[in-house]
Design a protein around this ligand. Structure first.
Ligand code: SF4
Length: 85
């Protein structure tokens, strides 16, 4: 099971859809993204979850994983690529 599925436990997170906002512009969705990031902030799986998202390809390219949204993860990947070049 990918680490991010831990947050799909409905006893921990009543609405796992919060991790998959449908927009990065709509203010309501921005609030949803921030809510997901707050949940991730205390998640013990956060480092592994983020690593899975950064190496998982298309399946993990969307949504909040490991406390980072897709734009943040793209920046992280670019930074990593530059540091290893
Ligand atoms: S870090 Fe966030 S997305 Fe990953 S398992 Fe934990 S709560 Fe879910």
């Amino acid at each position: 099971m990918p680490p991010a599925m831990l947050c799909a436990d409905r006893t921990l997170v009543p609405d796992p859809d919060v991790f998959f906002p449908i927009s990065t512009i709509d203010p309501r969705v921005v609030a949803q993204t921030e809510q997901a990031k707050q949940l991730c902030a205390t998640c013990p799986a956060r480092p592994a979850c983020l690593q899975t998202a950064l190496t998982g390809g298309r399946y993990t390219s969307y949504g909040v994983w490991g406390g980072e949204d897709e734009d943040q993860r793209r920046r992280l990947l670019r930074r990593r690529a530059r540091s290893t070049a």
